[in-house]
Design a protein around this ligand. Sequence first.
Ligand SMILES: [Zn+2]
Ligand SMILES: [Zn+2]
Length: 102
Amino acid sequence: MSIIHTAPLGNPPAWSLVMDRCAGQCECTGSCGRKHDPCGRGTTRPTVAPADLALSPVEAAHVPVSGLRAWCPDCHRLARRRHAQAAVRRAQHGNEPTPTLF
Ligand SMILES: [Zn+2]
Ligand SMILES: [Zn+2]
């Protein structure tokens, strides 16, 4: 399931507000794990997605403008992958027996 939106999501005014705020620039601050040079500048129109990558698409549609971020496609893909990997690690860690400390 994808939460990438290239068109207005549940809240079109929010989408255009984010686009105004970011002036078409990616607003990623490093969640993607890359050293942050300005990325996607002028080349790709960012998508608008919640800064919180844990939200479901339904929740994402109700995020206020302050919780939305413009992402270039690369940052969004990488950030979501990192987030998914972290969730998997947490899940695996939760299933491991607690190490015994001597
Ligand atoms: Zn970016
Ligand atoms: Zn980034």
